[in-house]
Design a protein around this ligand. Sequence first.
Ligand code: S3P
Length: 171
Amino acid sequence: MKNVILIGFMGVGKGSVAREVVKHSEYIAIDTDDIIESMENRKIKKIFQEDGEEYFRSIENKIAHWLKNSIQNTLISTGGGFYKQKGLKDIGLVVLLDSPFDDIIKRIKKHPNAVRKLKKRPLLNDLKLANKLYDERRPEYLEVADIVIDVTNKSAYDCAKELLKKVKKHV
Ligand code: S3P
């Protein structure tokens, strides 16, 4: 089993899909944002507020090196900007969860914790800017991805099943 790296825009459902993959396979999952919060003992929002985005990206970089050197057989769910790390493919098979911007926002707003979900993501605070960021990133996501899963209007379970099927074919 090779590492699988889940990438995609904020709110696309990386965490939900990762949890379904874990339920239905041998994979153990970790999440780069969770690792950062535990290393720093503070929330992502606080890290952005207190030390800025550049500092946050430097921790992502440290984690990318650690993943490459030390982690195997694992599903790695990542923050929406982690895909920019160099040598992503050396860490594992890159799987993009893809959906149009409006559908991602609709998905977040449907959630019972919608306000918290929006607030905890500094780069989603201004939806106009977030849409611009999405437009900039989408071609880059597609370029780095080995596998693309369109998650629009699909359950996390269906996405997980599709992921496992496609990963199996790929390895
Ligand atoms: C970010 C996405 C967030 C988190 C940070 C920056 C980004 O993770 O890493 O707020 O640059 O897209 P999610 O994709 O899990 O929201």
